[in-house]
Design a protein around this ligand. Structure first.
Ligand code: HSE
Length: 431
């Protein structure tokens, strides 16, 4: 009996596209037994035909013309791996409108225009799946939409950028400064030639927008997410954090609170006892809290050729199963609420504060007087005598305080003659 074949087209043959091609090849033999038919990559859209020819067995499937794919009715699935907003958005919308299912790893696009894409998929009763857009190989979109659907989820947070986790790990374990750790990450291929999206937190911000939307059933877009990167973190901050029982990680946090959604990315101290503190190197991990499941943690490779391809191929296989069971479009957009997104000033956190003050009697009293005025309570304090400018260095961890109040307190402190320098403020994750 002839084996059934479903045809797909790949858009892009970069790192992830090549990985998808390889994973599908590796799965070829057991594919029919596993999902009931074969998936054949019938066309691949590339910019440079010559360069791409070296990566595939049959160069005749390569094209640099989108029309070859969109006008081919035998292609049922389009796998978009070119990234960026345009022309990816146009290709995806045209494919969905033409009744083709789409798999995408494009977090930039989904974090900005996810609603439009999902609405287009819904209108055509086709699947639009994007497991690879958040945390690469780690299954998290499907668990949130399906396995954990019986929960009211109140928090989804974690380490969703491998480049910055690698950098912070080197700073913590080897005492490196940020610039040296970044140079090492670039040399080893963990950071791109232009690392801005990673080190400034933008990549993580896009993932937080997608995670929050899926977890809380309410659309959160990239522009709603407050973002700070890791470029100002120093080895000294990390040493003090360790002394105070914490690690420093770039965390993406989304909370579903009674007065709205909190969504932010920033470097944070996290207690060394928290499982995320032990997630090192380029690994990612996502922590979820729900009213029924309580805590669940997902850990693994957040990027890379084969880990990301693993998520993409999982989506393709799901679509193939749906096509055969005639149940496509079963799980589309899950945002049925319109929750407000809170301003960062209205969130409550603890803070790590490092400052240089005059080394004389009464200075700490002055500090705590300002703190008291703005309801900032000190939870931990360290003082080091005389740093290089002749001041004392004071490091404080506060109790929970409204961000707006903490900022006003810092502003007032920085205007006091006894305070010579506010070196750093970093949020602290936890109760
Ligand atoms: N550059 C990202 C990271 C991977 O370092 O995790 C792609 O999102």
């Amino acid at each position: 009996m002839e084996e059934k074949v479903i045809k797909a087209a790949l858009l892009g043959l970069g790192t992830v596209g090549t990985g998808v091609y390889k994973v599908l090849k590796k799965q070829e033999e057991e594919m029919t037994a596993k999902i009931g038919c074969k998936v054949k990559i019938a066309k691949i859209l590339v910019r440079n035909l010559e360069k791409a020819a070296a990566k595939v067995e049959d160069a005749s499937i390569l094209t640099n013309c989108w029309e070859d794919i969109i006008t081919d009715p035998s292609i049922e699935i389009v796998i978009e791996l070119i990234g960026g907003i345009n022309p990816a958005k146009r290709y995806i919308l045209e494919a969905l409108k033409a009744g083709k299912h789409v798999v995408s790893a494009n977090k930039d696009l989904i974090a900005a225009d996810g609603k439009e894409l999902l609405d287009a998929a819904g209108a055509s009763h086709v699947d639009f799946l994007f497991e690879a857009a958040v945390a690469g190989g780690i299954p998290i979109i499907r668990p949130l939409k399906q396995c954990l659907a019986g929960n009211h989820l109140t928090e989804v947070m974690g380490i969703v950028n491998g480049t910055t986790n690698f950098i912070l790990t080197k700073m913590s374990q080897e005492g490196m400064e940020f610039a040296d750790a970044l140079a090492l990450a670039t040399e080893l291929g963990y950071a791109e030639a232009d690392p801005t999206a990673d080190i400034d937190g933008l990549d993580a911000g896009r993932k937080v927008a997608i995670l929050a939307s899926v977890a809380f059933n309410s659309r959160v877009v990239f522009d709603d997410v407050y973002i700070e990167g890791i470029t100002k973190i120093s080895a000294k901050d990390i040493r003090y954090a360790k002394e105070m029982g914490c690690a420093i990680k770039l965390l993406g946090v989304a909370r579903n609170t009674e007065d709205g959604v909190e969504a932010y990315v920033c470097p944070m101290l996290i207690p060394s006892s928290h499982p995320l503190a032990a997630v090192n190197d380029s690994y990612n991990a996502v922590f979820v809290h729900g009213d029924a499941v309580e805590d669940a943690m997902f850990f693994g490779r957040g990027a890379g050729e084969l880990p990301t391809a693993s998520a993409v191929v999982g989506d393709v296989f799901d679509i193939v199963r749906n096509i055969q069971a005639d149940c496509c479009g079963r799980i589309g957009c899950t945002c049925y609420k319109e929750l407000p997104v809170k301003r960062m000033e209205d969130t409550y956190n603890r803070y790590f504060l490092r400052l240089h003050v005059e080394d004389r009697c009464g200075v700490l009293a002055e500090m705590t007087e300002v703190f008291a005025k703005y309801r900032v309570s000190v939870a931990q304090i360290i003082q080091r005598d005389k740093v290089d400018d002749g001041c004392a260095e004071v490091v404080v961890i506060t109790a929970k305080v409204r961000e707006g109040d903490f900022k006003t307190a810092i502003e007032e402190l920085s205007n006091r003659a006894s305070v010579k320098k506010i070196s750093r403020t970093i949020r602290v994750y936890g109760k």
